[in-house]
Design a protein around this ligand. Structure first.
Ligand SMILES: [Cu+2]
Length: 128
């Protein structure tokens, strides 16, 4: 009985974080395979990997960033500290820790990537 519990604890400690795949597309839209409207749902404080594939839009930043990802609280659009990702063309992984405060958030692009840039956002839900 005790041995079983210890084995379980050991296994979970080495569990790989969940991978969430996101496309930041050339037409200034976030996309997630299998979802009509992209939405990310995580648990409060959960560590996960955001695997982003970014495709260049019509414009980009001088530093080579082609899209971004900032997290805002849905209720007042205040920024969540530490969430200001910048994407280069191609695929890159970001290891992230979900906010500890459950609720509704919104991720928005921070690079002026085309005239449709304002429409580049996705719903981000943090479960308790
Ligand atoms: Cu963008």
């Amino acid at each position: 009985m005790l041995v079983g519990l210890l084995l379980c604890a050991t296994t979970s400690a080495f569990a790989q974080p969940r991978i969430i795949e996101l496309t930041a597309d050339h037409d200034s839209r976030y996309r997630i395979a299998g979802q009509k409207t992209p939405e990310i749902t995580v648990k409060a404080g959960e560590q996960f990997v955001l695997r982003v594939t970014a495709r260049k839009g019509k414009s980009w930043n001088r530093d080579g960033s082609i899209h971004g990802f900032a997290l805002l609280r849905a209720k007042d659009h205040s920024k969540v500290d530490g969430w200001d990702l910048l994407f280069r063309p191609g695929t890159q992984d970001f290891t992230l820790t979900a906010p500890t405060e459950p609720g509704e958030y919104e991720a928005v692009c921070t690079v002026i990537c085309s005239e449709d840039h304002e429409g580049m956002h996705l719903k981000f839900t943090v479960l308790p």
